[in-house]
Write a protein that binds this ligand. Structure first.
Ligand code: NAD
Ligand code: TYD
Length: 361
């Protein structure tokens, strides 16, 4: 069994679904179910004994220790975090609480559990920390892409809190020998993405006839990776990553924001044309820039390809088309998220249940 934290969120849920599609090793899913956690993301696992869901906080040391002792996972994959930069600017405290203190408590619980394991299990145990390229700060148009050797220079409360968590993970390896791995990934997109982030917000707003708010001049650059490619990278690092190492994960898809918005509009024009025959582009509205807005992120993903043989499967063209189509096909999911209905039935859907043992390669 593996313990996945934050497995009801965007990437965590995609990871759990992919994991249980590709192997039979059970997943213990610990998620606090903040506004970003949505058990509807895991609807297809209802009644599946390989998935055990527990609502709880990674910062709850007693709960995490109890779960580790009870379920004896061979690995922890830590997705749980506050993840939205704009929210971190508006209210940074939750980011410090979960991303810094929560990760610290999770590390401590994992360390005590790991130290008491029999030698063979101790050797096999892994703590994989899922992080972001935003810890490296911002690039100019001509700077080379981020490598794993870049210095950390986080600029937002979000990226600073993730940088702090990465440093804790690193220190727990160097000081205590905890077998850790860290991945630093670029911007993800795909199904189940909460519509506060750029791509799903643009799709959802466009269909609702609302403005498409582009911050500043729209020329900020991000590298985009289809979420299932991120999931496959994490599986590969968990399987074969070198202890204590960090791996940059990216899609080789650097794009200015305005190009992303134009692409979303063009796909919607094709797949769900507006009744009045106008392009969705007419809804684009330039708005005030984000404070401290990082200009460019770019990932050099050669290390993970060279050492672990991982490459993304999707191009941006294939991934963005699948994504737009997913939002068109899943209007109920969007409506649930927007009305908040997804939060009302949390307690009823999942409970801890006994699972059988199996291990993925
Ligand atoms: P998300 O906001 O969609 O989901 C986060 C999940 O964590 C939610 O289900 C939430 O309920 C849960 N959670 C929050 N606080 C918790 C706590 N204290 N205890 C337990 N669960 C808690 O985020 P995401 O986009 O899926 O990102 C997942 C991870 O990947 C984060 O660590 C993020 O920093 C990292 N990451 C995200 C991206 C991206 O583009 N979204 C890119 C690189 C790295
Ligand atoms: P976002 O999806 O919030 O991810 P991050 O800030 O972690 O990169 O934003 C992606 C880019 O899109 C970022 O440069 C900010 C910009 N953006 C907009 O222009 N308008 C929006 O409404 C949002 C949410 C983001």
């Amino acid at each position: 069994m593996i313990l996945v934290t934050g497995g009801a969120g965007f990437i965590g849920a995609n990871f759990v679904l992919d994991w249980l599609t590709t192997c039979d090793e059970p997943v213990l899913n610990l998620d606090k179910l903040t506004y970003a956690g949505n058990l509807h993301n895991l609807d297809s696992l209802q009644g599946d004994a390989r998935h055990v869901f527990v609502q709880g906080d990674i910062g709850d040391a007693a709960l995490v220790s109890r779960l580790l002792a009870q379920y004896q996972p061979r690995a922890v994959v830590n997705f749980a975090a506050e993840s939205h930069v704009d929210r971190s600017i508006h209210g940074p405290e939750d980011f410090i609480q979960t991303n810094v203190l929560g990760t610290f408590r999770l590390l401590e619980a994992a360390r005590h559990y790991w130290q008491a394991l029999p030698a063979v299990n101790k050797e096999a145990f892994r703590f994989l920390h899922v992080s972001t390229d935003e810890v490296y700060g911002t690039l100019s148009a001509t700077d080379p892409a981020f490598t794993e050797d870049n210095t950390y220079a986080p600029n937002s409360p979000y990226s600073a809190s993730k940088a702090a968590s990465d440093h804790l993970v690193r220190a727990w390896h160097h000081t205590y020998g905890l077998p850790v791995l860290t991945t630093n990934c670029s911007n993800n997109y795909g199904p189940l993405h909460f519509p506060e982030k750029l791509i799903p917000l643009m799709i959802v707003n466009a269909l609702a006839g609302k403005n498409l708010p582009v911050y500043g001049d729209g020329m900020q650059v991000r590298d985009w990776l289809y979420v299932r490619d991120h999931c496959s990278a994490i599986r590969r690092v968990l399987e074969a990553g070198h202890l204590g190492e960090t791996y940059n994960v990216g899609g080789w898809n650097e794009k200015p924001n305005i190009d992303i918005v134009n692409t979303v509009c063009a796909l919607l024009d094709e797949l769900r044309p507006r009744a009045d025959g106008q392009s969705y582009r007419s809804q684009i509205t330039y708005v005030k820039d984000r404070p401290g807005h990082d200009r460019r992120y770019a990932i050099d993903a050669r290390k993970i390809e060279r050492e672990l043989g991982w490459k993304p499967a999707e191009t941006f063209d294939t991934g963005i088309r699948k994504t737009v189509q997913w939002y068109l096909d899943n209007a109920d999911w969007v409506a649930n998220v927007q009305t908040g209905a997804y939060r009302e039935w949390v307690q009823t859907q999942y409970q801890e249940a006994p699972v059988s043992a199996a291990t993925c390669a």
